[in-house]
Ligand binder design. Structure first.
Ligand SMILES: Cc1ncc(COP(=O)(O)O)c(C=O)c1O
Length: 403
């Protein structure tokens, strides 16, 4: 395997210091592949910085495990083996001090599937599913898919503190006896916010008080960019909140494996878990064999790669911020990039009716903020999970677009 030297990572494992190098500067050619991200602009010179996958190969340990699994050659219906479960359980204990029982796990072929199942499991047709916007679009579409109502409460931008906050007063005003489920994005896509313990406790208590199940989507939890901010799993906040919470996690964002469709719901309460599992019956496909293999190698053997990735993404985030501040005054990042590789950019000052179409004309493919529940024309989301050279070129094009 040819991984040239670039991002350096020193890892302290007991008394052993391992120095590992990975090359995140390498630009893989994804044109002409099955990539959704790149197919969108197959016949145009547009750099795709939209959908949330990264232009990096998976960690070497994952690739090696997949090669071994492919060489085995038999791909029957799969179930996770003990070593796969252990890899995940051990990672949660090591990273977050969360000791989970393997019986709490429900394996899913994707979190969007899981969100839609949660809506069917915990709300009846006509009942309401609450979330805070802007938010990952399936939070808003999942309720509508099955005749439930999506109730969206905007996050508040605290300008003095430069941070997005949950507007608890607005939540209290919005909630009704028909509100049955709260979809929390933690860390939050697209505003890149890591929710703090006190905010989570307040949210957890809000849900308990109103008898609302709390769905905590923590798919981005291993991608914290601010090293001073710990990720606190919602279900760690106490027994009552834990018993009312369904957590989603996955190796897909962190290790760039979304095409392998392997995700996990963690549900400690047996009744809640049974209700959830019932809603999957006959609809939710099995996780595929390669997904389990990749998941195990990701959680067990790819920590040095993850640390190197985080260092690289922090560098990309800093670069993005400095270019915006110095050279793109009409494009504003309103709050720090605490987590994820997604930047939520206010482009209102540019006065464009359709900013995404405008940027596409200039060779950059972004996500439209309106899909996340933001006012049309005000925000775009930029994915900086790519080699620095791609980001540099995208920002060069962006400067030309706003001239
Ligand atoms: C918060 C959140 N949940 C879920 C997903 C997608 O999950 P999956 O690919 O497993 O359906 C994304 C992808 O960007 C996401 O940001």
């Amino acid at each position: 395997m040819s991984f040239a030297l670039n991002a350096q990572c020193g890892l302290l494992t007991g008394s052993i210091i391992t120095l590992v190098n990975f090359n995140f500067d390498h630009v893989p050619d994804r044109r002409g592949t099955d990539s959704q991200k790149w197919q969108k602009y197959a016949d145009r010179d547009v750099l795709p910085l939209w959908v949330a996958d990264m232009d990096f190969p998976a960690p070497p340990a994952v690739l090696e495990a997949l090669h071994r699994r492919v060489d085995h050659g038999v791909f029957g219906y799969a179930r996770p083996v003990k070593s796969t479960v252990d890899a995940f359980v051990d990672a949660l204990a090591a990273r977050y001090g969360w000791n989970i029982d393997p019986s709490w796990l429900v394996w899913l072929p994707g979190i969007v599937v899981g969100l839609n199942v949660a809506v069917e499991a915990f709300a009846q047709p006509g009942e309401q599913v609450l979330s805070c916007t802007p938010v990952y679009p399936p939070f808003l579409t999942a309720p509508k898919n099955s005749g439930r109502e999506a109730l969206a409460v905007p996050l508040a931008l605290n300008r003095a503190e430069s941070r997005w906050e949950v507007d608890f007063d607005a939540l209290e005003r919005a909630v009704t006896p028909r509100t049955k489920l709260f979809l929390l994005c933690h860390p939050h896509n697209p505003v890149a916010r890591v929710w703090r313990r006190d905010e989570l406790v307040r949210l957890g208590e809000f849900c308990l008080r109103h008898k609302i199940i709390l769905q905590s989507d923590e798919i981005h939890c291993d991608l914290i960019l601010d090293p001073g901010l710990p990720h606190v799993p919602t279900a760690l906040l106490g027994p009552e909140i834990a018993a009312n919470t369904v957590t989603f996690m996955a190796p897909s964002k962190t290790y760039n494996l979304p095409g392998l469709g392997t995700s996990i719901a963690i549900i400690s309460d047996p009744k809640l878990r049974a209700q959830y599992v019932r809603a999957t019956a006959g609809i939710v496909a099995e996780v595929n064999a390669l997904g389990y293999t990749a998941c195990e190698a990701a959680y067990r053997d790819s920590e040095p790669w993850r640390q190197a990735l985080l260092a690289y993404l922090r560098g990309n985030g800093e670069f993005l911020k400095s270019v915006l501040a110095r050279e793109l005054p009409g494009v504003r990042l309103e709050a720090p990039l605490e987590a994820t590789y997604l930047a939520w950019l206010n482009v209102e000052a540019l006065g464009l009716a359709d900013p995404v179409a405008h940027f596409e004309k200039h060779g950059i493919g972004l996500s439209d903020g309106a899909f996340f529940g933001a006012p049309k024309g005000k925000y775009v989301r930029l994915n900086f999970g790519c080699p620095r050279a791609t980001l540099e070129e995208a920002l060069r094009r962006m400067k030309a677009a706003v001239k």
